[in-house]
Design a protein around this ligand. Structure first.
Ligand SMILES: [Zn+2]
Length: 249
């Protein structure tokens, strides 16, 4: 996981501009709305599943009704998550010209062959890593979701959404009785694997006030945003088919 994290951090430094969510501030009534739009595509995507994903995200992230302090003012944080199902080609065309900070491109498949043994170590990991959802970059606007995880449960899509908003896994953790949403299903530090499942049901993960308070709102021109746009489009195997060039950002 560490080499991925370093790559991710490097990418954030190099690419940070634009966003993956729009933040609308209501200063007079002390609340803000985080607006994201989930575009689903891929072999296992459907309008119904995409609606479930956006609904799950909105429900879990809205549950704590937590506060965030921004520019010296405390805001109640609300979420408005919409969705739409598009073909791969429609998603591809939309990504090429996308400047909408709300849009996230989510491919949905049964497995991600490109994620097989991502650490290339002598000892194989004790789980099939092709069956785990992931995002292209922390804070980016592209994800590859495994249907079995997002169709039957509610926590995976909300965990990955946290990544899209810019949140990372906690570096070290004890699994608490009430795990927060950014606890991973597994971690690997180069020596050992820790798996959440078997210790606590990953579906017990919930958005806690600390997750909300950790969001880093950025002012970009006249807009307030979270994360950045890389407009990456995954192919069927989980590799990047298209990504906006840095000099266009
Ligand atoms: Zn994660």
């Amino acid at each position: 996981m560490n080499k991925w994290l370093l790559l991710i951090l490097f990418s954030i430094v190099c690419n940070q501009s634009y966003s993956s969510a729009l933040v609308e501030l209501n200063r007079s009534e002390d609340f803000l709305i985080i607006k994201s739009h989930i575009v689903c595509f891929g072999t296992e995507a459907s309008s119904e599943l995409c609606t479930k994903i956006s609904s799950d995200i909105q429900t879990l992230w809205s549950t704590p009704s937590a506060q965030i302090v921004f520019e010296g003012q405390s805001f109640e944080v609300r979420f408005e998550i919409t969705s739409e199902y598009l073909s791969e080609e429609q998603s591809f065309e939309l990504a090429k010209g996308n400047r909408d900070p709300r849009i996230n491109f989510i491919r949905i498949e049964n497995s991600a062959p490109s994620q097989a043994d991502p650490y290339d170590d002598e000892e194989p990991l004790p789980m099939d890593t092709t069956l785990y959802s992931y995002v292209h970059e922390i804070g980016g606007n592209a994800g590859f979701y495994i249907k079995a995880q997002v169709a039957s449960g509610v926590s995976t899509s909300s965990h990955e959404f946290g990544h899209l908003l810019g949140l990372e896994h906690p570096p070290f953790y004890q699994v608490p009785e009430n795990p927060h949403i950014m606890l991973p299903r597994y971690t690997y530090d180069g020596d050992s694997v820790r798996i959440l499942e078997g210790i606590v049901d990953a579906e017990m993960r919930a958005v806690h006030p600390l997750n909300i308070a950790s969001l880093q709102i950025v002012k970009l021109g006249s807009q307030y945003v979270l994360g950045f746009l890389n407009n990456a489009i995954f192919d069927l195997n989980g590799n990047i088919r298209y990504k906006k060039q840095k000099d266009n950002q």
